[in-house]
Ligand binder design. Structure first.
Ligand code: NI
Length: 199
């Protein structure tokens, strides 16, 4: 499957999941917090940040998370998305910026150690947190967020594999619940304007 097809299919799935999730949440009758009903995006995770500290979703409680799943060896898609995220953040006021944490979760924990993440995330934004973990921890986090990934050329003798992955930026609320998402190709100005409405 080509990368573009993969991204489009993954994006379509997230739109459906978000729509169904919202339908279930609003029909749940408890103010939109019926996380047990229907499809949901987000949930508990346990990962290691780029300073080596073990973290969970609880460490981000009270803040919005602008969250993206990708990998540092990504030749184009991830750097583009993370640059857009950073450009959008730079358009926020200091007060708005203080409410949101940009989070980059790797889908390639074999190569993306905390050290590799530490040398990567500051290039995009000073407040960006890089998260990695064991294969199982990353798999669980990606599954919770409906983020998709697959290793390509896994049997490359030089280990030069790539990862197909969905390219979606999730905005999670201070309560840890899904707020909205931005599809690949969203412009920084548009993301910033939407964040200013929501934060
Ligand atoms: Ni990528």
């Amino acid at each position: 499957m080509s990368r573009i097809v993969f991204i489009v299919l993954a994006a379509a799935f997230v739109v459906i999941a978000a729509t169904v999730g919202r339908y279930w949440m609003t029909s749940g009758g408890d103010g939109g917090h019926s996380q047990s009903a229907g499809v949901q995006i987000g949930g508990p995770f346990t990962l290691t940040d780029h300073t080596g500290k073990r973290v969970s979703e609880k460490d981000f409680a009270g803040k919005y998370m602008l969250m993206y799943f990708g990998y540092t060896y990504c030749p184009d898609v991830c750097p583009t998305s993370l640059s857009v995220m950073a450009e959008a953040l730079d358009q926020l006021s200091p007060e708005e910026l203080a409410k949101v944490v940009p989070v980059f979760v790797t889908v390639d924990p074999e190569r993306d150690t905390p050290e590799v993440m530490a040398s990567y995330v500051p290039h995009f934004h000073s407040s960006m947190i890089g998260l990695t973990g064991s294969m199982d921890e990353v798999k669980a986090a990606a599954r919770a967020y409906k983020a998709f990934y697959a290793k390509v050329n896994a049997d490359d003798p030089d280990g030069n594999y790539t990862m197909d992955h969905s390219s979606i930026t999730y905005l999670m609320g201070p309560d840890g619940l899904y707020v909205t998402h931005f599809n690949h190709g969203t412009e920084a100005d548009k993301m910033a304007a939407r964040l200013k409405e929501l934060l």
